[in-house]
Design a protein around this ligand. Structure first.
Ligand code: BG6
Length: 487
């Protein structure tokens, strides 16, 4: 890959939650590992009224709080803070962008902008950047979600950004693509020969993807209540996982090849007609309960009013192409579930004939489990004979063939997803960023589901916090004779 690092970074939302928890610690880690270009300055901007010193103190506090102890190195922190400066900005005032541009300084050596802003401000921000000369040829822009709430609004945002930046300089972030284990799906599929021959409708019975979280609303009521689980998690992260599992082998590890193959998957998603939606989706909202032994409030109570926003969604999806014809992809995600887990479970077809059935041996279909977080492992469930003399019949049992990535790569620090993405943004590699046609195909599919909910007046069913969602989500798979992988 050709690296083309910029000399400056401009961070919008620099005093926000994402900056404190993820962006500043990630940038510090890159600095401490000497991966940032020498001399790269980082200008933070936000509405807050900091001067440079105030922002450095703010950043120091964020590092204190969110860096693990073994990463804290006083000299490295000092060096990192020296890269920082701050310009307070009223994003709605076009004249302020000139002040910002002055603060950023000479951008002939390249500028990368990281923009996370409310969708309602996009137009003003892009115009402001453009008018102040912060959108020229040497500038690339990273965009954090939410980038719209449906196809129409996402097109509007994309059109707005396109007035100032061509697609090759737009980096749409889906932080799941920055996760090591998510990238590992490609290594597993395309770096090994034995999966590919069975990686299709002949070999695979169904695919399940679960992203469960134990957290509730956190402090994001105004965003989350307008989004809900489908748009917050499925429209981006879970669909990206579907694409990595379902895509055809790209010819090269290359920005165009990989994104072309993912886009084809999104375009192949079977679009549901409104009348098909109730049979293929379940929505839920948590009520009070206990998560990991702690009593927690219900969603409405946390929010302070009644709401019909779903905090859980389960879907049965299909990728309508030759490889995946007839293979259901069961997808589910929810807040306030019993455990935090992101996992892909691939259930293979049963053997065509069991020679053991006359001797009492029962077989389970093989299953490949890819655990993305919190642990990182790959497990292949295979049948084995229980030791014994078999006088009472042959006993067969499913046993796991375990590959613990945590253990295999124990000496290698797992980086925050944003470390990878920020470095790629700084160096100009778009491979792990989402292209406009991907986003639009994702929204097209999501919008049809939401239209079905509306047409059928579907409201979320309640589930107690600390459970795996409404009972109907179990029925969604059991109808097909499939059980969610809930160990
Ligand atoms: C974000 C969602 O994109 O992803 C959050 O907005 C969610 O609601 C988060 O909690 C999950 O990310 P991770 O990396 O913790 O799985």
């Amino acid at each position: 890959m050709q690296r083309n690092p910029v000399g400056k970074l401009l961070l919008f939302g620099a005093t926000g939650d994402l900056a404190q928890r993820m962006l500043l610690p990630s940038l510090y880690n890159l600095h401490a590992d000497k991966l940032l270009p020498e001399g790269l300055t980082i200008t933070g901007t936000a509405r807050a009224d900091h001067d440079d010193e105030g922002f450095r103190a703010f950043a120091k506090e964020a590092l204190d709080e969110f860096l693990p102890r073994d990463r804290k190195d006083a000299a490295a922190i000092d060096g990192f803070l020296k890269r920082l400066q701050f310009q307070s900005l009223d994003a709605t005032d076009i004249d302020h962008y000139n002040v910002l541009a002055e603060k950023v300084g000479d951008i002939s050596g390249g500028l990368a902008i990281f923009l996370s802003t409310a969708p309602s401000l996009f137009e003003q921000v892009i115009q402001g950047l453009d008018s102040a000369g912060l959108a020229g040829e040497t500038v690339r822009i990273g965009l954090e979600k939410p980038l719209g709430y449906d196809l129409a609004s996402s097109r509007e945002i994309n059109d707005t950004v396109a007035t100032a930046f061509p697609e090759e300089r737009i980096f749409r972030i889906d932080h799941y693509l920055g996760k090591e284990t998510v990238q590992n799906i490609m290594a597993l599929r395309f770096g090994n020969s034995f999966f590919e021959p069975v990686w299709n409708a002949q070999g695979i019975d169904n695919v399940q993807i679960t992203v469960s979280e134990t957290v509730g609303l956190e402090d994001r009521a105004s965003y989350y209540d307008g989004a809900g689980a489908l748009r917050d998690m499925v429209a981006n992260h879970i669909l990206q996982l579907v694409a990595l599992i379902a895509m055809e082998p790209p010819a090269r590890y290359d920005v165009t090849e990989i994104r072309d193959e993912k886009a084809k998957v999104f375009r192949s998603l079977r679009q549901l007609k409104p009348e098909e939606v109730p049979q293929n989706s379940v929505i839920g909202q948590y009520t009070g309960g206990a998560v990991k032994g702690e009593i927690v409030k219900g969603y409405d109570e946390e929010l302070g009013r009644d709401s019909n926003t779903e905090t859980f969604v389960a879907l049965k999806a299909h990728v309508d192409n030759w490889r995946w014809q007839g293979v259901p992809f069961y997808l589910r995600t929810g807040k306030r579930m019993p455990t935090r887990r992101s996992e892909i479970a691939i259930q293979f077809k049963p053997v065509p004939h069991s020679m053991f059935s006359g001797r009492g041996g029962l077989l389970q279909p093989n299953m490949l489990i890819i655990r993305l977080q919190p642990e990182e492992y790959i497990q292949l469930l295979v049948m084995a004979k229980e030791p014994g003399l078999d006088r009472e019949g042959i006993r067969l049992r499913e046993v796991p063939l375990n590959l613990s990535l945590d253990a295999e790569f124990a000496g290698t620090r797992r980086r925050i997803a944003y470390e990878r993405l920020l470095l790629d943004l700084i160096e100009g590699d778009q491979t792990l960023f989402v292209r406009r046609d991907e986003v639009e195909a994702q929204w097209t599919w999501i919008d049809a589901i939401r239209e079905g909910w509306k047409a059928n007046d579907m409201k979320p069913k309640h589930y107690s916090a600390g459970t795996w969602g409404p009972a109907a989500s179990i029925a969604l798979t059991e109808r097909d004779g499939v059980s969610w992988q809930d160990d």
